[in-house]
Design a protein around this ligand. Structure first.
Ligand SMILES: C[S@@+](CC[C@H](N)C(=O)[O-])C[C@H]1O[C@@H](n2cnc3c(N)ncnc32)[C@H](O)[C@@H]1O
Length: 241
């Protein structure tokens, strides 16, 4: 992970998420499916602790219905905080809050695809109270989209991938690396959900995002038989011990 790569991907994210960016457009099936599943997952997650302060990292104008009186929203792009209360423009790896000041942290929408995971984990670890709950979404280097490329199964890599039909570069991580980082910082993974398990393989073969997205309907059944690390999107329910 070179400093140049970190800067390049950060700048790309600043340019992508501008004021007229349409988040999770419903005519783009791949990202719409991610959004629908993320919404279901966040709905479940927010019931796991019903009091205290919540931090929404990389809000992207979206709070997933979290209580506005308890939620602080941060995003590095000011435009992505429009309409949100308790909004602070800053980067996920340098959060201007006191230690032990949050009970729950939400970090979904692949924020760690644009910002180094270990730096974000260090900040979340500092901010969460013991017993606090954390929902983390990252993109796996085991995704079958990368089969046969040097990115496949890399510990950490800058992947050439896509976002809403456009090419982009993103950080991807191996599930073993993420689990190791979490454990060594004193987090415990309680549960895992995945999105886009077979579809990345179909994308690898056809290079058609809309066609490949059709195969996401098999995710839930396949997830019982195929190692879940192969899915593009990994969502972890985490507790700080
Ligand atoms: C795909 S959007 C997800 C938005 C929202 N979390 C959701 O799930 O709908 C990614 C968001 O992360 C923000 N972002 C990217 N890099 C960031 C960083 N280093 N610090 C804070 N926000 C960042 C972008 O500005 C964008 O709003």
């Amino acid at each position: 992970m070179s400093a140049e790569e970190v800067t390049q991907i950060r700048e790309q994210a600043k340019a992508t998420y501008h004021s007229s960016y349409v988040m999770w457009a419903n005519h783009l099936p791949w990202s719409w499916q991610v959004y629908k599943r993320l919404s279901e997952i966040v709905s479940k997650w927010k019931q796991c602790k019903n009091q205290g302060k919540i931090l929404n990292i990389g809000a992207g104008r979206n709070t997933y219905g979290l209580d506005p009186y308890r939620t602080f929203n941060i995003d590095q792009n000011l435009a992505m905080l429009e309409g949100l209360q308790n909004a602070v423009s800053c980067s996920a790896d340098a959060l201007p809050f006191k230690s032990n000041s949050f009970d729950m942290v939400l970090c979904v929408g692949s924020i760690v695809a644009y910002c180094p995971l270990t730096e974000v984990l260090r900040e979340v670890n500092r901010l969460l109270v013991p017993g606090g709950k954390f929902l983390l979404h990252y993109e796996s280097s085991w995704s079958l989209e990368f089969l046969g490329t040097p990115t496949f199964k890399a510990t950490v890599a800058v992947a050439d991938t896509f976002n809403d039909g456009d090419k982009e570069k993103a950080w991807v991580y191996s599930p073993e690396f993420v689990e190791f980082q979490l454990e060594s910082m004193g987090f415990k993974v309680l549960k895992q959900e995945v999105i886009h398990l077979l579809s990345p393989l179909i994308y690898r073969i056809t290079k058609s995002e809309p066609f490949a997205a059709k195969f996401a309907r098999f995710d839930r059944v396949l997830a019982r038989f195929v190692p879940n690390g192969f899915a593009e999107n990994q969502i972890l329910f985490i507790e700080k011990l």
